[in-house]
Design a protein around this ligand. Structure first.
Ligand SMILES: [Zn+2]
Length: 440
């Protein structure tokens, strides 16, 4: 028997993992939650159960066990409850937590190749008490999450990236999914969504340079066009032409909107037609205009999704006070809590050379930083040849290993999410999660 933290409304649960059955009892007035584990429970479940355990013989009837538990004096339960020194905490349904996370950072900010959002979902309803944050969800980290009784893991890197063709015990990625579902743990991944946020991973990384102004290297755009369609078509119609006939034909095409206004052009009264169309409807609109002899006067303007201020990939930083490369390297090591980083000095530069601008990109920065004019590149990893290109043009490069340029953001994220969920959820940052590479 395992007695765990008191909650506001959950009484106790009785589970048999061997028989794949579960009985779940609720009593509003009882403030203790009991997990009962049968003797042969699989590894992993024991930790999720709680703090004390006593194996019961597997032949013990679950039904009888449940009845016995109901018969336990409330005082006994409350006595056990008070021994569990865990703060009382409300709960949230997973769907509400996910909606709130999606509002906190819109998934439309993700790069097109990414795989973000809710990746693993236990059958509903799924109650979340503990939100567990990690940069990478390894099997060691999963073990820690289960020991911490996580109900939802927010893994910055998506544990499922390439499509899974099977879910077996064969590969570690598959095992993560199996363990998550067997233990009723959901997995959510934000990845490049959090890179793009105004106060996201890249902004956090840029703080390591010192006081500086920052702007995204690649601006994110809104998820939708501000008006219908992806193109605007404009043309003018003479008074002598059959405007009503043209418009009545235009209106029959799906996916367009039309507005008209009178204009005076070359001393002649005309009607200017402004027509928004989708990419799909564009050929049909052009065919119609061609039939009416209008194509030679048509302007086609591709519409753009509005850029989002302070939002996007990487950051270009202007330091308020120019400093030496040596000073910036020390600042970076302090910010990332690292004893070592790798430095490639730009051509003609020394540690005493002064720098004013830096381009940063959390994780793997090769593609985002390519061609950016800056005194310094700061990222987790870059290819040998990308480093050579940077050095040749006088740009110094600091590499810190991939996840070392991301992980520290989780501490800020913990504060943000704790406030967002009004302390309804217990938010934990993994202590096992670490970059796989180390300097000896
Ligand atoms: Zn990364």
């Amino acid at each position: 028997m395992v007695l765990t933290r008191p909650t506001e409304r959950v009484s106790f649960s009785v589970c048999s993992f061997e028989g794949n059955t579960a009985l779940f009892f609720r009593r509003m007035e009882v403030s203790c939650r009991l997990y009962v584990r049968m003797a042969e429970s699989p590894p992993g479940r024991q930790e999720k159960g709680g703090q004390w355990s006593t194996d019961l013989p597997s032949c013990f009837s679950l039904f009888m066990l449940a009845r016995c538990l109901f018969a336990l004096p409330r005082q006994l339960l409350q006595a056990h409850s008070s021994a569990c020194a865990v703060t009382q905490r409300a709960t949230m349904d997973l769907s509400k937590v996910v909606s709130s996370l999606d509002e906190f950072a819109a998934l439309s900010l993700a790069e097109s190749w990414d795989n973000v959002g809710l990746l693993v979902e236990p059958s509903p309803p799924h109650t979340v008490r503990t939100l567990f944050l990690t940069n990478d969800l390894t099997e060691d980290v999963m073990g820690e999450a289960l020991a911490q009784r996580a109900d939802l893991i927010l893994a910055y890197h998506p544990p499922i990236f390439r499509p899974l063709k099977r879910v077996t015990w064969r590969t570690w990625k598959e095992r993560l999914v199996v363990q998550a579902l067997e233990n009723r743990v959901a997995i959510y991944s934000p990845h490049t969504v959090y890179d793009a946020l105004p106060n996201g991973v890249n902004k956090w990384l840029a703080k390591g340079l010192g006081v500086c102004s920052t702007e995204p290297i690649q601006l994110s755009t809104a998820s939708a066009y501000p008006s219908l369609g992806s193109h605007r078509i404009e043309f003018s119609v003479h008074q002598s032409q059959d405007l009503d006939g043209i418009l009545s034909s235009v209106w029959k095409i799906q996916g367009i909107s039309v507005s008209t206004l009178p204009v005076r052009c070359d001393g002649e009264e005309r009607t200017r037609v402004c027509l928004n169309t989708t990419q799909q409807a564009l050929p049909e609109v052009m065919a119609l205009l061609s039939q009416n002899g209008l194509t030679h006067r048509v302007e086609i303007i591709p519409l753009q999704k509005p850029p989002l201020p302070n939002t996007g990939m990487g950051r270009l930083c202007q330091l308020k006070e120019p400093v030496s490369i040596a000073t910036v390297v020390e600042r970076i090591k302090n910010h990332l809590k690292l004893n070592h980083v790798r430095l490639a000095l730009g051509s003609g530069k020394t540690l005493d050379s002064v720098l004013k601008t830096a381009a940063v990109c959390a994780g793997s920065g090769g593609s985002v930083l390519q061609g950016i004019e800056a005194d310094l590149y700061l990222t987790g990893e870059m290819s040998h040849h990308d480093v050579l290109d940077a050095v040749a043009k006088g740009t110094s490069v600091v590499l810190c290993e991939h996840s070392n340029t991301e992980r520290g953001f989780l501490s800020e994220l913990k504060e943000m999410l704790t406030a967002r969920f009004h302390k309804q959820l217990k938010v934990i940052v993994s202590s096992v999660d670490k970059d796989p590479l180390q300097v000896l």
